[in-house]
Design a protein around this ligand. Structure first.
Ligand code: 1CP
Length: 322
C-alpha cells in the first residue's frame, strides 16, 4: 500500500515543515515513517520511505519534490549533453542514509521490507518534462527525434536503478519493486522498442541477487504481457484491468499484485470490502497473488476503513467462499 502513511495523522505530524527529500535523508525519521502504516494497519510488508527521484537527486541532478505537485527539475534534460549530468551512483557515498534506514528497519520490523527504484522510462519522463506530465510530449519527442540520446539516457538510468537496488538488497531488503508508473502512456510498439530493453536490464541485473522482483505501472493493461516479460517475478496490476483478465494476458508463470481501486477505500468500508472479495477470488484462481491497492493510498482515506479492510483480507478464506 504505497503512501499508506499519507493518510495518517502521525505521518503529517512527523513530516511537518521538512521537505520529503530532507525526511528521506534522516534515517531515524525515515525509519519511523516506514513503520507507521505497518503498526497501524498490521499489513504483511513494509515499503521503504524514500522516492523514485532520490538516486538522481543524490548525484546532483537539481530535483525538488514540491508539495502537492511532485518532483520538479530546475533544468530539464533535452539535449545529448544533458546525459553527462548523470554520473554513476556510489551508494555508500551518495545515499548512505538509505542504507542506514534499511539497516535500522531490519532491526525493528517483523514483516518483510520492500525496497524500490523508478524504472528508466518514468525517471526519464521527470528529467525531460521537468516535472509531472499529462501527455509526455517532450519525452516522446526525444524518443522519436533523437533515438541515440534516448537510448543513452535510459541506459544510464538503468545503471542508476541497478546501483540503488543492489545497495538496498545488500543492506537487507527482502524484495524490490520497480515502478514504471507512467509507462501506460505508451503504445505497445513504443514500449517494446524504447523502454522494455532498459527495464529488462534492471530486472535481470537484480535477478542475479535472488531477491524477489515486483514490477508495476499505472494504466498498463495493454502492456501487461510485455511488462511481465522483463524478468520480473510479480506483475502489479492497477484497478482498470481485472485480475482474471490480467491472468489471461500474463499467463500463470508470474504472480499478480493488486488491485483495489484506491477511490473505493475513500468510498467506505462496504464498497471496498465487496470489491476486495471479488479481487481475492480472482487472485486465488490465478495462483500467486499479493493483495494490494491498484495505486497509492489517497490522502483523504479514512485510516479506520483501511484497518478494517486489512482485517477482512486476513480473515478471508478461499475454501469458505468458493
Ligand atoms: O508510501 C510511501 O511512503 C513509500 C515511499 C514512496 C514511494 C514508493 C514515496 C514517498 N514515493 C514513492 C514512489 C514514487 N514517487 C513513484 C512511483 C509510484 C507511483 O506510481 O506513485 C512516483 C511516480 C513518485 C514521484 C512522486 N513523488 C509523486 C508523483 C507526482 C506525479 O508525477 O504525479 C509525488 C506526489 C511524490 C511525493 C511523495 N513521495 C512519497 C510520498 C509519501 C509523497 C507524497 C507527498 C509528501 O508526503 O510530501
Amino acid at each position: 500500500m504505497r503512501q499508506a502513511g499519507r493518510s495518517l495523522p502521525e505521518y503529517r505530524a512527523m513530516r511537518r515543515s521538512e521537505s520529503i527529500l530532507e525526511a528521506v535523508r534522516n534515517p531515524e525519521l525515515a525509519c519511523e515513517i516506514t513503520l507507521q502504516p505497518v503498526r497501524r494497519y498490521g499489513v504483511d510488508a513494509a515499503i521503504l520511505f524514500s522516492d523514485i527521484v532520490v538516486p538522481a537527486a543524490a548525484i546532483g541532478v537539481g530535483i525538488e519534490i514540491v508539495a502537492g505537485r511532485g518532483p520538479v527539475i530546475g533544468e530539464p534534460f533535452r539535449r545529448a549533453k544533458d546525459i553527462n549530468r548523470l554520473r554513476p551512483l556510489e551508494p555508500e557515498v551518495d545515499t548512505p542514509y538509505v542504507i542506514e534506514t534499511i539497516k535500522m528497519l531490519k532491526g525493528a520490523l517483523d514483516v518483510p521490507l520492500i525496497g524500490f527504484a523508478g524504472a528508466p522510462f518514468t525517471v526519464a519522463s521527470y528529467l525531460i518534462e521537468g516535472g509531472p506530465s499529462r501527455n509526455f510530449t517532450h519525452t516522446k519527442a526525444l524518443m522519436h527525434t533523437d533515438e541515440s540520446t534516448w537510448f543513452a539516457l535510459v541506459d544510464r538510468l538503468a545503471d542508476l536503478a541497478i546501483a540503488s537496488l543492489v545497495s538496498q538488497i545488500e543492506a537487507g531488503v527482502d524484495a524490490i519493486q520497480l515502478f514504471d508508473s507512467w509507462a501506460g502512456s505508451l503504445s505497445r510498439r513504443d514500449y517494446a522498442y524504447f523502454v522494455q530493453p532498459a527495464t529488462t536490464k534492471v530486472l535481470e541485473a537484480v535477478g542475479g541477487t535472488g531477491c524477489a522482483r515486483i514490477h508495476f505501472g499505472v494504466g498498463t493493461g495493454e502492456l501487461l504481457d510485455l511488462m511481465a516479460d522483463t524478468g520480473t517475478d510479480v506483475i502489479g496490476v492497477d484497478w482498470r484491468t481485472s485480475l482474471a483478465e490480467a491472468s489471461t494476458r500474463v499467463g500463470t508463470h508470474r504472480a499478480l499484485q493488486g488491485n483495489l481501486d484506491p477511490a473505493l477505500v475513500v468510498a467506505g468500508y462496504e464498497p471496498a470490502r465487496q470489491e476486495s472479495e471479488r479481487i481475492l477470488r480472482e487472485g486465488a484462481k490465478h495462483g500467486g497473488h499479493i493483495f494490494n491497492l491498484g495505486h497509492g493510498v489517497l490522502p483523504e482515506t479514512d485510516p479506520d476503513v483501511l484497518t478494517r479492510l486489512v482485517e477482512y483480507i486476513h480473515s478471508w478464506d478461499p475454501r469458505a467462499t468458493q
